[in-house]
Design a protein around this ligand. Structure first.
Ligand code: HEC
Length: 209
């Protein structure tokens, strides 16, 4: 099917009918449209969501208890409507069954954050990249089946060079949240973070060459 789409897309381009396949509004045959329509206003200050372990959750279908249960158990399938966030500008939303068999119905979001709100930079299935140009699904697909694409530290994904202390600090500087006085530990972690982000960026750029 992918090949057929590729060919059709090329043909349309040659004919000058479309520059992008997606502007025709067609999805792959095995995918259906999202049930939970999300825009920038769906996302709130990260620390006002429900904390589970080191990350934050919500549920767009009113089933917060269901989401918290799976997150706390650390394995199992998240119910539809689940929203997971580790840092302010990356979100996973569990759409309804059939939305995206390849990504276990997860929709990935890359956001831009500022005081005014969250702007969705890109969203979708396998194709979404984060702010460093790295592909969400490429990393998250390495989580073993029982973890429903959730990586944590020991689910099979390649580890990130960021510590839990650093994630804690990043969550405390979400521009959407009321200003907090940073603890000395958070402030130190933020200082260490700059060079690490640079290093990840450079490695990603080198891998693309
Ligand atoms: C370079 C690999 C990589 C990329 C790219 C990546 N992630 Fe992750 N992500 C991870 C790892 C590893 C963790 C676990 C970190 C931890 O718990 O210490 C994680 C954690 C998360 C979590 C918390 C739940 C979990 O899986 O532990 C969410 C939500 C998340 N990422 C969403 C995204 C989204 C959305 C994107 C794209 C916009 C993305 N990630 C891109 C590797 C990646």
């Amino acid at each position: 099917m992918k090949n057929a789409i590729g060919k059709l897309s090329t043909t349309l381009k040659v004919l000058g009918l479309a520059t992008s396949f997606s502007c025709l509004g067609l999805a792959q045959a095995d995918e259906i449209a999202a049930k939970y329509n999300v825009d920038g206003s769906t996302f709130k200050c990260i620390t006002k969501m429900t904390a589970v372990k080191h990350y934050f959750v919500d549920n767009l279908a009113g089933n917060l208890a269901g989401t918290v249960k799976v997150a706390e158990a650390g394995k199992g399938e998240f119910p539809e409507g689940s929203v997971l966030q580790l840092i302010p500008n990356e979100v996973m939303v569990k759409q309804q069954k059939g939305f995206s068999p390849a990504t276990s119905d997860w929709e990935f979001f890359a956001l831009d954050t500022d005081k005014g709100g969250y702007k969705i930079v890109s969203h979708g299935r396998q194709e979404v990249n984060n702010f460093l140009g790295l592909n969400c699904f490429d990393c998250h697909k390495a989580a073993r089946a029982e973890f429903d694409l959730v990586c944590e530290q020991d689910h099979g994904c390649a580890p990130l060079p960021l510590t839990r202390v650093m994630f804690h600090a990043i969550q405390r500087v979400d521009p959407r949240c009321p200003a907090e006085t940073l603890s000395a530990e958070d402030a130190a972690a933020l200082k260490e973070l700059g060079p690490i982000i640079e290093q990840i960026k450079n490695e990603a750029a080198a891998n693309k060459k």
